[in-house]
Design a protein around this ligand. Sequence first.
Ligand code: ADA
Ligand code: CA
Ligand code: CA
Length: 210
Amino acid sequence: MCALAALLSLAGIASAATVTITSTINVAAGATYDGHGNTIKAVGMGDGGQGESQKPFFKIASGGTVKNVILAAPGVDGIHFVGTSGTVDHVTWQDIGEDAITVKSPGGTHVLSNSTGNQAADKFQQCNAADTWTMTNVVSNVSGKCLRQNGGTSFKCTFYFNNYTSINAHEAIGRTDSSTTRFRYHNLKVSGFGGSKGWWYGRDSQASAF
Ligand code: ADA
Ligand code: CA
Ligand code: CA
């Protein structure tokens, strides 16, 4: 323990720590993982590049929550929602890996709130199943796509960008290949955008304010 941590500990004040993990943390149905502001570092779970076989820091089952945690580099495969609902709140990705947060099968209703994802080489958020995904008070700081519905899929999603800030996205705010998906936005702030097909990658008619 460093001197400052020891002093804080004597004073009864918990200070943030770095926690090393070597395998995915499974958050059970209905359970909450509260990181208490600690930083998690993944070892042996991937290099944070664009390889698709990296492991996630967390898998969140239905009704589960991950909150108050900082995810260090390497960003591996981020966080996976694997149930019909779930929440990620107050999470910071310091350096996103292959992607930062994924809705996996079966999809349902998910929330990302009060969180910031930094330095996505390609995708910040990835959606691989039909979902209603609400993002509130979220910042994407450097990305290709802030959000990508899995390429070539035609299921319907509704994505709510609520108080969402995108800084330096170089391809799209949202990208889908599905004609039934809808992008809804409220207080969406975009700066440094570099895409050539618009914020919604050629699907402007599927995007509307709420
Ligand atoms: C790519 C890949 C998908 C899936 C996705 C992801 O789009 O083609 O199969 O792995 O990435 O979830 O990261
Ligand atoms: Ca991917
Ligand atoms: Ca991924």
